[in-house]
Design a protein around this ligand. Structure first.
Ligand code: FAD
Length: 491
């Protein structure tokens, strides 16, 4: 529906009606968009929704690939305007933030004092609220856990208008559920976090190739004790003996005295990504150059060149790179997603226990190849379990794969995703709501422990008994289980 439905309540008129898409552009919606700047303005929208019989999705920067931050024909509460740094204490590394502060604003605030955020996503444009709600992980997940492990305390504004302050001692149940609770229990309006002290703005990087997935896992396991960050790129189109081949990057913080000029590297300008390619071409146009290669032969060519050049050029390569350049590789090319064309892309990220990962990911890659739908990007990470209720992490590995969506492959892609789900579930794996666009109504029961789902539904009933907070993702995966009667029965 592209026109707003006729609504007797003028407060929900065409003025607010807007198209709001998932980041990957493969799932889209229309809704009533609001931009609150204070807790009272959020309360007003809660009341408005209640009066109009509408649901609300909370939205940060909208960087979730699928439908986690959209709500078709409902209200979308865009929190990007609540972006104040409330306080920053360089002596302790403790910072208090509003939910709309982005990772970019966070690192820009703390870098000159010798700090870096302990966990960042692959893009710096995500917000604190979105990162907490999804409990995002970085390339150091195996070492420092997810975003939530670095939150000391937060204020959650419930749909009733009540503010609950939560930490590990007070409201601990809600603390561990709202982090990972994909915006279903209340709105984070203040987060208190601890930042990581660093003595240089540079990291030491080692890069090397691996000939298959087993070799990549072996390298990760050998290096895990000494590495601060580990990430693998996988050539997702290579088959046969090259199945799962790739490149690993290990990064380590420099120790005191190793950077001769820390005052220079610990600056915003030293961390920023270059604005031009080869010094002349504006980065905002690079996606146009990528476009002709976003198809099976194009990706085959690019990936093979990248892999084979790494075998020659990266042999034992060791160099220094800024935190920003290493962490936010995906921000080098703004709007790169537009290179995928009008149908956009989905990301399929699954998490497999350590002992099952190699065989399961190989099976996943083979299934995608046999379906004629190879993924175009593959990123490999190592994880560890964490205490959050709906966590996606486990003791094992994840492979995130980007698939191009077109009008002609969409249906086949969704059925391939169903096939891949089965491989993941048969091997005791998990999924991640921030990336998902394809899981089905029954899926959560197959990968989340029943006790966790029960506990989550109980908190949903306690914090949001009228089910005002919903999203297209929650409707797709939880169906009617948020409705009061069903929730009551399950308690
Ligand atoms: C290029 C790219 C790279 C990425 N790399 C990574 C990565 O390395 N690791 C990783 O884990 N993820 C990664 N992601 C996914 C991304 O980090 C998550 O989807 C994150 O949640 C997006 O934050 P956001 O501010 O855009 O939130 P949105 O996408 O807008 O919202 C995400 C969820 O948070 C909820 N929410 C938003 N604000 C609030 C609030 N104030 N209170 C309560 N709930 C709220 C929403 O309802 C929604 O469920 C990446 C995404 C992109 C596009």
């Amino acid at each position: 529906m592209t026109e707003p439905p006729v609504n007797p309540d003028q407060a929900l008129g065409p003025r607010h009606w807007a198209r709001v898409d998932g980041w990957g552009m493969a799932v889209r919606s229309f809704g009533y968009l609001f931009h609150p700047r204070t807790a009272d303005e959020i309360r007003n929208v809660y009341d408005l929704a209640r009066g109009a019989g509408k649901t609300i999705v909370l939205r940060g920067a909208g960087r979730s690939y699928g439908d986690a931050a959209i709500n078709n024909e409902g209200i979308v509460l865009d929190l990007c305007g609540m972006d104040r740094v409330i306080s920053w204490e360089p002596d302790t590394g403790i910072i208090e933030l509003e939910p709309g502060v982005t990772i970019q604003k966070l690192w820009q605030t703390i870098i000159a004092d010798g700090y870096w955020p302990p966990v960042v996503s692959g893009t710096m444009h995500t917000t604190m609220g979105g990162c907490a709600a999804m409990n995002v992980h970085g390339k150091n997940n195996f070492k420092v856990g997810p975003f939530g492990d670095h939150i000391i305390e937060f204020d959650l504004l419930l749909p009733s208008g009540e503010i609950r302050t939560c930490d590990r001692a007070g409201n601990a149940r809600l603390f561990h559920a709202a982090v990972s609770g994909f915006g279903m229990l209340g709105c984070f309006i203040r987060l208190k976090m601890k930042m990581k002290k660093v003595c240089s703005g540079l990291l030491r990087i080692e890069a090397f190739h691996t000939r298959n997935l087993q070799e990549m896992v072996d390298e990760f396991e050998d290096r895990v004790a000494d590495a601060d960050y580990l990430v693998g790129w996988i050539d997702t189109v290579a088959g046969g003996s090259g199945l799962g081949r790739g490149i690993v990057h290990q990064a380590n913080y420099l120790r005191e005295g190793e950077d001769p000029r820390p005052a220079d590297s610990l600056t915003i300008s030293a961390q920023e990504l270059p604005a031009h390619l080869f010094g002349i071409m504006p980065k905002s146009l690079i996606y146009l150059l990528m476009r002709p290669f976003i198809n099976n032969p194009g990706v085959r060519l690019i990936n093979a060149s990248k892999y084979w050049s790494s075998r020659i050029a990266l042999r034992g390569a060791c160099y220094c790179q800024s935190h920003g350049a290493f962490a936010f590789l995906l921000d080098y090319v703004p709007n790169w997603k537009l290179a995928y064309g009008a149908g956009g892309l989905i990301q399929y990220q699954s998490f497999l226990p350590r002992g099952r990962a190699v065989a399961a990911f190989e099976a996943i890659l083979r299934a995608a190849h046999s379906a004629g739908l190879p993924p175009y990007l593959g990123v490999f990470k190592k994880h560890r379990p964490d205490p959050f209720l709906l966590t996606h992490a486990l003791d094992g590995y994840s492979l995130a794969m980007d698939f191009r969506v077109t009008a002609s492959n969409r249906q086949r892609l969704w059925s391939l995703a169903g096939e891949l789900d089965q491989i993941v579930l048969d091997n005791g794996g998990r999924f991640y709501f921030a990336k998902d666009a394809t899981l089905q109504l029954w899926s959560i029961d197959k990968f989340l422990p029943p006790a966790n789902i029960e506990a989550f539904l109980a908190l949903k009933h306690e914090c949001d008994p009228e089910n005002i907070l919903q999203s297209d993702l929650s409707k797709r995966l939880f169906g009617k289980r948020f409705s009061a009667e069903v929730t009551q029965q399950s308690l």
